[in-house]
Design a protein around this ligand. Structure first.
Ligand SMILES: Cc1cc2nc3c(=O)[nH]c(=O)nc-3n(C[C@H](O)[C@H](O)[C@H](O)COP(=O)(O)OP(=O)(O)OC[C@H]3O[C@@H](n4cnc5c(N)ncnc54)[C@H](O)[C@@H]3O)c2cc1C
Length: 433
């Protein structure tokens, strides 16, 4: 009998004290769905995105059937109160292992509406909640990045000054002008959470998260982006020309919205780390099977010491990465013990996980391709796809460079605009006022 590709028990990847039976049950449910519904068609699905998205949408419709779409809502709005970062991470690791991007449309609601849920904005939850639980696909988008860059908005030292999309109150309505590029679910979303600025001179107090349902007068969409990986999700550019929405569609208020923005970005660093671990896990499983079946000098490739060393390095990276995101997500979920979710330390811990896991998955997918020779670049083995998908995750959410700055912030008060007597003219001219 042929030896199994892998003898590891997925249940034992996590400390059960941190990842409880409920989370492990959801992970197993998703894994089963992915094995049945996604893995058999993932190559075909990715290739079809060059033409149309009907196969992706078919999978998304089945995903809605699992009941996750409105899970982020409080029970009084029909949800499961699924707010734990750790739970989302464990689920997204499974999607990373199978096909990371196809869940983006469904998951948009959990990310884009998280600020409204945390703020307890009943108008937003009443107006939009039922659409997420209707059983029909309802797509949301968290719209932050602008043509002038995403990191200038994510960078906490910029205090909102990188946000050029303006929102001005006119009576009981917000009037929004500006543009966004690259948000996931651009052009297909039914509702957008738009990161705006009410007045750049206010710093963090000027940051506003405002929800915009579409179609709406003054909103226009440009085109979908082409990209190396994550092809089953859609990104693009869109424009606001005097778009008017009710005043109550702002998530919370001055100062509070800045905290909600940073909270959401830290949350995204965590789930990005988990996605990357899933991708590395998927590539690892492919290469374990390949090196079992592929014989070199008469024995399975993985029975050669050099290959075993490489496979062991992969296993080390994957497990250490998983431990990093599990620990950081657990801390994020327990502010009563570990302090505010938006503290510099929490920003740092989540970014340690994101940077490490993405770097690790680049290395794992790269080495997996090396071990597989030219099959490593063959789409039939999926490893080159894992490599491309992970690269996208590494680039978003601050990229590696802003990520490193955010890691430093957890250990000393790193400040982009550190007072500098050698450079007086910087004060008040784009530097810190
Ligand atoms: C598939 C995909 C999905 C996406 N989904 C979303 C989404 O749902 N919502 C959304 O709003 N955006 C989304 N984005 C955009 C993404 O968040 C941005 O790409 C990301 O914020 C980085 O911004 P940027 O690409 O504009 O790079 P830039 O901000 O231009 O940064 C360029 C480089 O400069 C480095 N850098 C940044 N700041 C500093 C600094 N202070 N000092 C030194 N180096 C620095 C960065 O690390 C990076 O290497 C998505 C992007 C992709 C590819």
């Amino acid at each position: 009998m042929m030896e199994p590709a892998c003898i590891e028990n997925p249940e034992h990847r996590f400390m059960h004290e941190l990842v409880g039976p409920g989370d492990r049950f959801l992970a197993a449910l998703v894994r089963d769905f992915i094995e049945r519904e996604i893995k058999p068609i993932r190559r075909e699905m990715e290739e079809s995105t060059r033409g149309d998205f009907s196969l992706v949408e078919e999978v998304q419709r089945k995903l809605v059937g699992l009941g996750f779409q409105g899970a982020f809502l409080p029970p009084e709005y029909g949800g499961w109160n699924l707010t734990s970062a750790l739970t989302y991470c464990v689920i997204l690791e499974e999607f990373g292992r199978g096909e990371p991007a196809c869940v983006a449309a469904l998951g948009g609601g959990a990310w884009a509406f998280r600020p409204a849920v945390i703020a307890g904005n009943h108008t937003l939850l009443e107006d939009f909640g039922p659409r997420f639980t209707s059983g029909e696909p309802y797509v949301a988008c968290f719209a932050m990045t602008e043509p002038s860059g995403g990191c200038n908005i994510e960078n906490v030292d910029m205090q909102g000054r990188g946000i050029h999309t303006r929102a001005v109150l006119d009576g009981d309505e917000w009037v929004i002008n500006g543009s966004k590029v690259w948000p996931t679910n651009s052009g297909i979303a039914d509702v957008y959470c738009v990161v705006c600025n009410t007045d750049p001179s206010l710093g963090d107090e000027g940051i506003a998260l405002i929800y915009v349902p579409v179609p709406i007068e003054g909103f226009s969409f440009g085109r979908f982006e082409d990209k190396a990986g994550f092809r089953a999700s859609r990104e693009g550019d869109f424009y606001f020309d005097n778009v008017r929405v009710p005043r109550a569609y702002r998530a919370a208020g001055p100062g509070e919205d800045a905290v909600l923005l940073h909270d959401n970005l830290i949350f995204a660093r965590l789930f990005s780390a988990a996605w990357a671990v899933g991708i590395a896990q998927g590539a690892f499983e492919e290469v374990l099977a390949f090196t079992r079946d592929h014989k070199m000098a008469g024995r399975p490739l993985r029975q050669h010491t050099e290959a075993a060393n490489i496979l062991a390095d992969m296993a080390i990276g994957i497990q250490v990465g998983r431990d990093a995101y599990v620990n950081a997500a657990y801390m994020f979920d327990h502010p009563e013990t570990y302090g505010p979710r938006t503290s510099r330390y929490m920003l740092s811990r989540s970014t340690v996980a994101k940077v490490f896991c993405c770097d690790m998955a680049v290395e794992v997918t790269n080495r997996a391709m090396e071990l597989m020779g030219f099959y490593g670049g063959d789409p039939a083995y999926h490893v080159e796809k894992y490599w491309r998908d992970n690269k996208i995750i590494q680039l978003w959410e601050g990229g590696v460079q802003l990520g490193k700055l955010d890691v430093a912030r957890g250990y000393y008060p790193y400040d982009q605009f550190y007072e500098n007597e050698m450079y007086e003219p910087a004060k008040g001219k784009g530097g810190k006022p």
